[in-house]
Design a protein around this ligand. Structure first.
Ligand code: ZN
Length: 256
């Protein structure tokens, strides 16, 4: 049996790139094929049947044809446009950051259903929560987990000993917290992590949805510490494994 020439899926539009006056190349994140790059012909014309359905960050159902290099989008129907995000510049910038993280941590045609669900769910929360900084930390931690980079925060990442309650150090190169003994021998660059920060991060990591986190109130200075810590770890991973210059700039310049 020959391979079908077309397929249907749903997606979130992660990125748009103008190809010509009328066409765009879109980076889509799908539940069953992961990241897909596809051409949307005529999408920039106001009368196109695609336009309006494939805006950046839209969730849409799409029908595509396989192509030699890029697939082509034939039809699109908007499912959810996350209007609550679009009306607020702060929320837009956070949503774009989420989309760029997914783009940077995923490879084409490699499915990651959990990551798709996380993105859709987090965009939904971003429309309505005022706890947006904590939402971003929750999103980052679970994106790391679904990408195979779950930070170890309960046992020492080197010797697996249970971490006594107290202030510790996070080793980006090892991807977790070190016990006092392992810390002495570590050649990693170490980031101090307080007991309080560790407690919040463990909670964010343990929760499988944002509802119980949304009601938490974390002081701004502690939020800043958490943001810096995760950002340093992500930057380390980007430099070691992901290496996209564009993505590296994003992580270096991100303010959230
Ligand atoms: Zn240890």
């Amino acid at each position: 049996m020959s391979r079908p020439r077309t397929y249907k899926t749903e997606c979130i539009v992660l990125k748009q790139l103008s190809l010509s006056e009328a066409d765009r190349i879109l980076t889509l994140y799908t539940p069953d094929m992961g990241k897909v790059r596809a051409v949307a012909r005529g999408v920039r014309r106001p009368k196109s049947k695609l336009s309006g359905h494939l805006e950046l960050l839209n969730q849409a159902s799409v029908s595509l044809s396989y192509g030699r290099n890029l697939d082509t989008i034939n039809e699109a129907q908007s499912i959810r446009s996350f209007r609550g995000i679009r009306e607020d510049l702060q929320r837009i910038s956070k949503a774009i950051y989420m989309a760029e993280l997914v783009d940077g941590f995923s490879i084409e045609n490699s499915d990651n259903y959990q990551l798709y669900l996380l993105l859709v769910d987090s965009l939904g929360w971003l429309e309505r929560t005022d706890n947006t900084k904590l939402l971003l930390r929750y999103f980052e931690l679970h994106l790391l987990e679904h990408s195979g980079y779950r930070p170890e925060l309960v046992n020492c990442v080197e010797c697996r000993a249970w971490l006594e309650p107290g202030d510790h150090f996070f080793a980006g190169g090892s991807g977790g917290v070190l016990c006092p003994e392992c810390r002495v021998d570590s050649e990693d660059s170490l980031i101090p992590i307080s007991l309080n920060s560790m407690k919040v991060l463990r909670f964010l990591q343990r929760e499988k949805g944002f509802a119980n986190i949304d009601v938490l109130s974390v002081p701004p200075d502690q939020l800043a510490v958490l943001e810096r810590l995760i950002r340093v770890y992500i930057r380390y991973l980007v430099e070691r494994d992901l290496k996209s210059a564009e993505f590296m700039n994003l992580i270096s310049n991100a303010r959230s």
